[in-house]
Design a protein around this ligand. Structure first.
Ligand SMILES: Cc1cc2nc3c(=O)[nH]c(=O)nc-3n(C[C@H](O)[C@H](O)[C@H](O)COP(=O)(O)OP(=O)(O)OC[C@H]3O[C@@H](n4cnc5c(N)ncnc54)[C@H](O)[C@@H]3O)c2cc1C
Length: 386
């Protein structure tokens, strides 16, 4: 077992850090303040391969292991949590198309998605199907060589600014086995977008509802086979959960760096607050939590890369742990700034606002516990999860 990064992994991280330093970090506060979705900057990252990090290399993706991709996402999120998290969702969608699309579908969509010419959204959640996504009601009726799509999706990241939607819709009986996944052109007739939601964080990317009314989707746009859609959606989320977790780590790292510098400069009672042992201990715990979160995510990424049968459970454990720990790190970094942490002159309040949603989306942390406990209570479950 070797915990050190390879030269390639270090180089990927450095390239991402340079991009974050130049393109993301200097603009993050303004994009947050103005709810600006920086499509031009996101597209620019496509030139570095950041929009198809682990996507199928047969269709222009970099085909990197999940662990290497995680190293890149961490550095991007260090620069801007909201933008990096959207990029991680685009990567998830691009991977799904490249993995489960027919050759013709991949030829059409993948080069454009990997380059950033076309951005993607992942459309699973519905107003009445959140945690219980398998009960979704959006319907896809087959009519010869196309499907008619009708229904509503909610909380869709990037919606309104993206070009390609991967939509999970019902083609069969109730329950997860009746769900199929489709690639849908975002400007198709019959699609309407709701308002950009006013959110606590993740303001540098839009979130909208999407309604579909008799939207014609070519039958060849089906991913995999009919009835496989829920499985495809969950496979996408295994990687997605690593990405959302590691974006939390990148943000926690940024918050920890800011706090470490601040406590050395801020003096009260005649000396820098860094001389107080309670402050030192707080920083020590914050660093420990950040490192623990990162290592747990690397382990989960390695399980996905190795196609370990328990990979999904490790992804759930890593997502739950990392997003809880990293939210706490950002919140403690704010506390160490006293009242200044509460002002938007400093990045801490943005970090806290941005990280809150990581505990909610791509499966809430309660649902992560459902996945973990279901497996550990299986016969011999504990042994399989050592
Ligand atoms: C900013 C943002 C962006 C998003 N982006 C996307 C996107 O791009 N695509 C997409 O498809 N979705 C997206 N989502 C949706 C997100 O995945 C859902 O909000 C999430 O899965 C929870 O669903 P819900 O909001 O309906 O909550 P509910 O499912 O109604 O849950 C409410 C509460 O009940 C708890 N709960 C529910 N069931 C159980 C259970 N069995 N055991 C214990 N507790 C339970 C939950 O943990 C939660 O605390 C986004 C959400 C947000 C806020």
């Amino acid at each position: 077992m070797d915990f050190s990064l390879t030269d390639d992994q270090i180089a990927f991280g450095q390239t991402a850090k340079q991009f974050a330093l130049k393109e993301l970090k200097p603009n993050a506060a303004e994009w947050d303040r103005n709810s600006h979705f920086p499509v031009d900057v996101i597209k620019k990252s496509g030139e570095l391969g950041f929009l198809g990090l682990y996507a199928n290399p047969e269709y222009d993706g970099l085909g990197l292991p999940r662990l290497d991709s995680a190293i890149v996402f961490e550095e991007l999120a260090w620069g801007d949590t909201s933008v990096a998290s959207y990029m991680s969702i685009h990567n998830m969608v691009t991977w799904m198309v490249g993995e489960f699309g027919s050759d013709a579908l991949c030829q059409k969509y993948m080069p454009n998605m990997v380059s950033g010419e076309w951005l993607g959204s992942y459309c699973l959640t519905e107003p009445n199907a959140g945690s219980d996504a398998g009960s979704l009601r959006t319907k896809a009726d087959k009519q010869g060589d196309y499907y008619l799509l009708t229904g509503e999706k909610t909380f869709i990241s990037g919606a309104g600014a993206t070009d390609v939607l991967v939509v999970m819709a019902r083609t069969g009986a109730s329950g997860p086995k009746g769900v199929s996944a489709f690639v849908v052109d975002a400007q198709s007739d019959g699609i309407e977008y709701g308002k950009n939601e006013h959110k606590m964080g993740w303001k540098a990317q839009p979130t909208r509802t999407i309604s579909f009314k008799d939207v014609k989707v070519p039958a060849v746009n089906l991913l995999g086979v009919e009835g496989q859609g829920f499985q495809i959606a969950m496979k996408g989320l295994d990687g997605g959960r690593i990405n959302i977790g590691i974006c939390a780590v990148g943000t926690a790292q940024a918050a920890l760096e800011t706090a470490t510098n601040y406590v050395k400069e801020r003096s009260q009672f005649g000396s820098p607050i860094a001389t107080l042992q309670s402050v030192q201990f707080k920083l020590a715990d914050m660093l420990t939590q950040t490192v623990a979160a990162r290592q747990m995510l690397y382990l989960a990424a390695n399980k996905v890369d190795k196609k370990d049968p328990q990979a999904s459970v490790y992804c759930a454990m890593a997502k739950r742990l990392s997003t809880d720990l990293c939210f706490d790190v950002a919140n403690e970094a704010l506390q160490l700034h006293g009242g200044y942490g509460y002002l938007n002159e400093y990045p801490l309040e943005r970090h806290v606002r941005d990280l809150r949603v990581h505990q909610i989306l791509e499966g809430t942390n309660e649902i992560m516990r459902v996945i973990i406990s279901r497996q550990l209570l299986q016969e011999d479950g504990l042994n399989q999860l050592r």
